[in-house]
Write a protein that binds this ligand. Sequence first.
Ligand SMILES: Cc1ncc(COP(=O)(O)O)c(C=O)c1O
Length: 423
Amino acid sequence: MDLFRKLKGLQIVKIIKMSGMYPFFRTLQGSKGNNVIHNNQQLVMMGSNNYLGLTHDTRVIEAAVEAVRKWGTGCTGSRFLNGNLEIHEQLEKELAEFFGYEASIVYATGFMANQGAITALVGENDYIFSDEENHACIIEGCKLTRGQVLVYKHNNMEHLEQLLQSVPLDAGKLIISDGVFSMTGRLANYDKIHALAQKYNAKTYVDDAHGAGTIGTGGRGTADHFNLKPDILMGTFSKSFASQGGYVCGSQELIEWLRHKSRTFMFSAALAPASAASALKVLQILKEEPQIVDRVRENAAYLKNAFENAGLDTMNTQTCVVPVFIGADEGALYICQQLLEKGIFTTPVVYPAVPKGQAVIRCSVMATHTREELDKAIAAFVALVDIVKESNQMASSDTAMADMLDSTDDISFENLSNQEASR
Ligand SMILES: Cc1ncc(COP(=O)(O)O)c(C=O)c1O
């Protein structure tokens, strides 16, 4: 079969574009964090991961500029060889201290951190237990290991325990979960995961991309919220840290292993100086001004309460991701477009990022959102409540668009089905 035959499967994208409801790759002509310019219209940004709103903080910008002046624009090589800068080591030291670990390692992206750490740690005779809604990069990491991957139902601790019982007690085992699930804002049952890990002699790995900076004492994340510490804590700089890059915290021994076995670390250029410097500055701000975490949480509570009072279903979120349940994929696209026209930038989450017929519109708050901005977003949603409710009625049906997307398996949204990882 012709290699390019599959490219025809993107027909659905053309159709959605023609309908004027294509919600992806929206070009921004300007950004101030809270506000962005799209098609000459100023929009309130309600769909970012910029939880602390620090991408435009002058202290962070100055730190990045200073790093470029001092170190140049790139490292042009791996840390392993020629690109190991003092600023990387300072960032690793301060991160480890902040999260309460012996050591940490920084990667060029969070995706690479997960892929690199999982593949370095899990060998042929080991087992991974992975939540079915884990992020795509965990799934990719799992696919690349030579170990066996067992996928447990989302946040379902009975199922996790059954799977743990099904493998030899003395086998190497890793339980891996997002701390905060990025699309629904749900929190992992980390206290239960931790207890099961103790019972079955497994290690725990938490991807806290969305928990760091938004939950736990002073933003120390999901496990800290439960007063516990996973064996391996992973995170990214591309959300609260207002930068780019990823990190893994653990024991000195573990980090030394990753420094010498993690291929995405060893065979890829080091984190750019500006990215390292901006993440470091955010870390320092978090330490000095922990009240910034309270601010983002207050904004999340304000938005969630207002949505719920208006009769919208926010899916019991406990975090700064505030989803609105829509149901039908077509409804999500339409409502997103309507929100855009009312000056609100949000993102739809449709199949396969969520199960069929369970589309949501993902809103996320920032510490820097003003009440005026949040009220504008609330008013826009309230004006669309009837349409949202109608779309909710279609929640359980398989929508035509979902079926079409299903057949175009080269469209990959943020979370592809984790079931694939077990194959
Ligand atoms: C849960 C989770 N893990 C990892 C990543 C990857 O992070 P990065 O953007 O740094 O590659 C993301 C990014 O969307 C994420 O949401």
